[in-house]
Design a protein around this ligand. Structure first.
Ligand code: NAP
Ligand code: COA
Length: 271
């Protein structure tokens, strides 16, 4: 029985793996010996991520595609499979967010986030299954506390990520027989990311967030990478269908002060 965190020669595909938390996860796997595939819209970000990931010594490839475009997602997975082989670990983390009250959101604005986070995740799961190692693959969907903590200015993300966690649970049921595990990781507030820049745009709001984390600090991308590696490793081999917060205990007490402050900053922007 091996308990090593060693992904040598394994193929890890990180959707949305070109910046922030997802790139941090991709780097973690690359440092543990994996060959990486990444996908996101911006060719520039894809090229930069591939260059960084290749620096860890294994082959990395990347594709420019929008997860809202099912055919484009399929093309990317076919190409990645030809080069890197079956997928041992799939991380699905492409997402969009902006703070807006429900009454300040157009139909297209609400739909944009549902399309990227929820339908995009479906496109990724639907396409990836045929290329996953059976038995043995680990699928990690990147969720958010909004999936179970209702937050003002976040109707679209709350609805989308709650849907993502249900996709996790349904796929865990349907794919267990193939020997594929499917789980969600739920990052807390992660310092230096686009998500935090959007939800905590002032030093005052960021400080309120920091003070509301029971462990007394903001998370780092490495915190999420460590959890992803552990979950995909033999340490996680009986974990299936779980939604796992990695947030220093933050979500236990809701968004509280942070969203009050953000709502205050947005007052008057409805309609
Ligand atoms: P980020 O850097 O903006 O990461 C989002 C990634 O998804 C980027 O690589 C982006 O690249 C890609 N992407 C966005 N829209 C896409 C689309 N339509 N098709 C394909 N790729 C797309 O943000 P982050 O803050 O690190 O968030 C990463 C994940 O963690 C998200 O799932 C988010 O919901 C979750 N999360 C974040 C926090 C936080 O504190 N930041 C907390 C909880 C959960 P392109 O722009 O090139 O497409
Ligand atoms: N408030 C209200 N509505 C907003 C908005 C805001 N701050 N930002 C965008 N929208 C609306 C737009 O007005 C548009 O609706 P409309 O056509 O009725 O005007 C709709 O959202 C789509 O915007 P668009 O810019 O065309 O979408 P896009 O597909 O180019 O980008 C987003 C998608 C909006 C989610 C964009 O923020 C994005 O690409 N985000 C990725 C990065 C990210 O969010 N990272 C954090 C992850 S947690």
């Amino acid at each position: 029985m091996s308990y090593a965190i060693d992904f040598s020669d394994q193929h890890v595909f990180v959707v949305g793996g070109t910046s922030g938390i997802n790139l941090g996860i991709a780097k973690g796997f690359a440092q543990a010996g994996a060959k990486l595939s990444v996908l996101s819209r911006s060719q520039e970000k894809v090229d930069s991520a591939v260059s960084v990931l290749s620096g860890f010594g294994q082959q990395a490839v990347g594709y420019s595609a929008d997860v809202r475009d099912y055919e484009a997602v399929k093309r990317a997975f076919v190409l990645a499979h030809e080069i890197q082989g079956n997928i041992d670990v799939l991380v699905s983390g492409a997402a969009g967010n902006f703070p807006a009250a429900l009454l300040g959101m157009s139909s297209n604005g609400f739909r944009a986030v549902i399309d990227i986070d929820l339908i995009g995740t479906f496109h990724v799961l639907r396409t990836a299954h045929q290329f996953l190692k059976k038995p043995g693959a680990s699928v990690i969907n990147i969720s958010a506390p909004q999936a179970f903590v209702p937050a003002p200015l976040q109707a679209h993300v709350c609805a989308a990520k709650a849907g993502v966690d249900m996709l996790t649970r349904v796929c865990a049921l349907e794919w267990g027989a193939d020997g594929i595990r499917v789980n969600s990781l739920v990052p807390g507030p992660i310092e230096g990311t686009e998500g935090m820049a959007r939800l905590a745009p002032t030093p005052e709001i960021l400080e309120a967030v920091r003070n509301s984390v029971p462990l007394g600090r903001l998370g780092q991308s490495e915190d999420i990478a460590k959890a992803a590696l552990a979950l995909a490793s033999p340490f996680g081999e009986f974990v299936n269908g779980a939604v796992i917060p990695v947030d220093g205990g933050w979500a236990l007490q809701g968004f509280g002060d942070m969203m009050d402050k953000l709502s205050h900053a947005f007052r008057g922007r409805d309609e």
